[in-house]
Design a protein around this ligand. Structure first.
Ligand SMILES: [Zn+2]
Length: 405
């Protein structure tokens, strides 16, 4: 089984890879994305699977007749963030085909239809919205909103789909397709170090943490950096800096994460006291209450600092995604199917996935494969060979349990 895994890994590896950084640039509806799609179709056809593209540009490879319903579906995505790693997405797709090979080697017979998918534009690197393919299918993104998505060069999503040879006119909710699916299982490289810490190659997802983005606008007064006495300044950078430290403190107290990763400063001059510091907070926590506590704590601290320095502060929530709890029954079933001498760890994640989007419509579950450094969305993202093989075996065990017995 590791042979077919490696052959697939090798053939996918060069596509969309930057020689300069070693990172991947597989953005939706670009030439690199098209190459990934050709690769997927070739893998489907090599296995005698029925290949199709749905109205939202997601790829499907079917074993058995989908119209029978109650299908078991597995897969992930092949697109990447800018200079992404090799594993985020592709590990799930490659493992899906390898798991099917493994099941065929086990000579099992399939009781339910099985499909492997590649969901389009999961990372949202080009149009700024993640999980476009699964959101459209699940009806969480309307056709009208999708038509407005525009990339940095001014190309809209429908224009990009058309340029890539796909018809965008029918994009939108696909309830008939979802109604035929009984379970979706996505295998994904872990984007943290939980499995490294427990010493397990594979884990099961419990939930996707609630997460959101908040914009903090600190307004003070621009003035000369050389001639303005410290006592006379209204410098918003001070309040901002104290708020960054407060975010770290609040997140630590709540066992959550909080990050100010983007900042805009006006007038942005070396020798000018800023008039405006705009910082974006990204915060995620295991549950809604913890997240509320963190963000409320940060905002309270920010207001105190702003008052002290004569700064006006506006806080705006720009986006928010509530907690996704994967279905208990399917998660427990995975635990049972994978249970050996010791139970497979069940862990939450702070990252979004197609499985999270689809969980609102159909039973979904996720398997994570250990990532020893926890680094993700970077060329340094990594999973060891043995762990990838353990992931394929686990996925095959799950698919056999769900589709063959
Ligand atoms: Zn991913």
């Amino acid at each position: 089984m590791s042979d077919t895994f490696h052959a697939m890994w090798r053939s996918l590896r060069p596509i969309g890879r930057s020689d300069a950084t070693g990172g991947y640039r597989r953005y939706a509806w670009t030439a690199a994305d098209a190459e990934c799609r050709v690769w997927f179709q070739a893998q489907a056809e090599a296995r005698g699977l029925d290949y199709e593209v749905d109205r939202n540009g997601n790829q499907w490879a079917w074993l058995g007749d989908p119209s029978r319903g109650d299908a078991v579906v597995t897969g992930s995505h092949l697109d990447s963030v800018p200079d992404g790693g090799a594993f985020d997405g592709p590990l799930g797709v490659v493992s899906s085909f390898a798991a099917l090979d493994e099941l065929r080697a086990r000579k099992v017979s399939f009781r339910r239809p099985l499909a492997i998918t590649n969901f389009g534009d999961e990372e949202g690197a080009r149009f700024g919205l993640a999980c476009v393919g699964s959101r459209l299918t699940a009806g969480q993104l309307t056709r009208e909103k999708a038509y407005e998505l525009t990339d940095a060069s001014g190309t809209t999503l429908p224009q990009a789909m058309e340029a890539a040879g796909y018809d965008p006119s029918a994009i939108g909710p696909d309830p008939e397709r979802l109604a035929r699916i009984g379970a979706f299982v996505e295998l994904h490289v872990e984007q943290g170090r939980a499995l490294d810490l427990t010493g397990d190659p594979v884990g099961i997802a419990s939930a996707i943490w609630p997460h959101g983005r908040w914009r903090f606008d600190f307004r003070g007064e621009a003035n000369h950096a050389g001639t303005t006495r410290l006592a006379d300044r209204r410098d918003p950078m001070l309040s901002y800096a104290e708020t960054v430290l407060a975010a770290r403190r609040e997140a630590e107290l709540a066992g959550a994460v909080a990050t100010f990763g983007k900042i805009a400063v006006e007038p942005n001059g070396v020798n000018a006291i800023p008039s405006l510091v705009r910082g974006w907070l990204d915060s995620r926590a295991a549950d809604q209450e913890s997240l509320d506590t963190v963000v409320t704590g940060i905002e309270k601290a920010a207001r105190e600092y702003a008052d002290r320095h004569g700064i006006d502060l506006d806080v705006v929530r720009e986006s928010f995604t509530p907690v996704v709890e994967f279905e208990d029954a399917l998660r427990d079933e995975l635990g049972r199917l994978l249970g050996g001498e010791r139970p497979v760890p069940v862990l939450g994640t702070g990252a979004g996935h197609d499985a999270g989007i689809l969980s609102g419509s159909i039973p979904t579950a996720m398997l994570f494969v250990r990532n020893p450094t926890g680094v993700s969305h970077s060329p340094a993202e990594f999973a060891a060979e043995d762990d990838c093989v353990a992931g394929v075996t686990a996925l095959a065990d799950v698919l056999e349990g769900l589709a063959c017995r």
